[in-house]
Design a protein around this ligand. Structure first.
Ligand SMILES: *Cc1c(COP(=O)(O)O)cnc(C)c1O
Length: 390
């Protein structure tokens, strides 16, 4: 059976019974047991709310299905689904290789929190070839942290090649698969050991939930992650899990619509004289688009456009002129969003200058949601007409 059927069907593998279509929100700390004899049995779960009740369990089951994993775990945010597995597999003295185009808060975690526990990090550029990445590995390297396309900057990495080379040297790989939403790219099928995503984005899909997941095949890794979740007390509520579960049923449809509409808007922008570059990994002009098209089945609705302009003032004028795009962070919801990126490239996040080439215009990240793409194009057109100086 196809993936969409397996993820969407509420009857597959379940006995016929009179019940609601959806697994409900089962809130609970205490679980009442059927007899005294089973109170302390390890093989009967759940015995307490921290092990996840029916709502969390159904979500984990479907996420494992989606990621092609033996096991999937949920955490209270996407960021927690990044930090916890990293912590679960490392110890003092270990070394991590991490791509410097990764989602920024992971960088903060590795550079501040993990550094305090004696874990060293080497940041490498996403343009590094798999051989160049592996040349940075030492006998202490335990983990390679990957994200492709890069957050904000959309650089493409050859994840299958890096995963294979890492495996040959006994180094774990961990991939942020939020862009692919578990659908467009399958990290585990390409040899990656741990695949996480911010379910906050496309899986939740309605900008009303913060939740994350990590999926693995190796039972030892599953145990390490489970033990860390339990030891740290990172439990995810049934209410948040319910919203993610509901989002999963329409994920494929929404992602397809958003990705196709995003490509249409991106292609239209390439024809505009106000535009220096459209940074969209499916476009032929994008460095690495061949690898992206090989590994991903389609793009999502997120991309960057570089406008002719005087940096942040012009991108702010452009954003303020938009009528259909909300101004706000995040993406993956039903609504289109825009943010300017200059403060994330320089300034606030204190990137070193070598991390990015000098800025050459005004940087706007667009997320195309489920509105009609022609209306979005018309909105961008009027904003360009009025506010971007040629
Ligand atoms: C949003 C995001 C995260 C973090 O998710 P939260 O639920 O907001 O903590 C991680 N990685 C990527 C690529 C993201 O876009």
């Amino acid at each position: 059976m196809r993936e969409t059927t397996r993820v969407i069907s509420p009857v597959l593998d379940k006995p016929r019974s009179r019940r609601a279509v959806n697994t409900g929100v089962e809130r609970g700390s205490t679980v009442l047991m059927e007899s005294a004899e089973v109170l302390y049995r390890d093989d009967i779960k759940p015995t307490y709310g921290t092990e996840g009740l029916s709502t969390q369990r159904e979500l984990c089951r479907l996420l494992a299905e989606l990621e092609g994993a033996e096991e999937a775990f949920i955490l209270p945010s996407g960021l927690a689904a990044q930090t916890l597995p990293i912590f679960a597999v490392l110890k003092a003295g270990d070394h991590v290789l991490a791509v410097n185009s990764a989602y920024r808060p992971v960088r903060r975690f590795l550079d501040t929190q993990l550094a305090r526990f004696g874990v060293d990090v080497t940041w490498y550029a996403p343009s590094a070839t798999p051989d160049e990445v592996m040349a940075l590995a030492t006998e202490k390297t335990k983990l390679i942290y990957l994200e492709s396309p890069g957050s904000l900057t959309f650089e493409i990495q050859d994840i299958p090649a890096i995963a294979q080379a890492a495996k040959a040297r006994g180094i774990l790989t961990f991939c942020d698969n939020t862009y692919g939403a578990g659908v467009l790219f399958k990290p585990l099928a390409h040899g990656v050991d741990m695949s996480m995503q911010a379910l906050t984005k496309y899986v939740g899909g309605h900008s009303d939930v913060l939740i994350g997941s990590v999926a693995v095949n190796d039972p030892a890794l599953a145990k390490a992650i489970y033990d860390a979740i339990k030891a740290w007390g990172f439990f995810t509520s049934a209410d948040e899990s319910y919203l993610a579960l509901r989002g999963l049923r329409t994920l494929h449809l929404r992602l397809k619509q958003s990705g196709e509409a995003g490509l249409k808007v991106a292609q239209w922008l390439t024809t505009r004289p106000e535009v220096i570059r459209v940074v969209h990994p499916w476009l032929d002009s994008h460095p690495g688009s061949d690898v992206f098209r090989r590994d991903f089945s389609a793009p999502n609705g997120l991309f960057l456009v570089v406008l002719k302009g005087d940096g942040e003032p012009a991108s702010q004028r452009f954003l303020n002129a938009l009528k259909l795009f909300g101004l706000g962070f995040s993406w993956g919801g039903y609504e289109s969003l825009a943010v300017n990126c200059e403060p994330q490239f320089i300034g606030r996040h204190k990137l070193t200058p070598e991390d990015h080439a000098p800025l050459e215009g005004s940087y706007v990240r667009l997320y195309v949601g489920l509105e009609d793409p022609d209306d979005l194009i018309a909105d961008i057109e009027q904003a360009l007409d009025h506010f971007v100086s040629l």
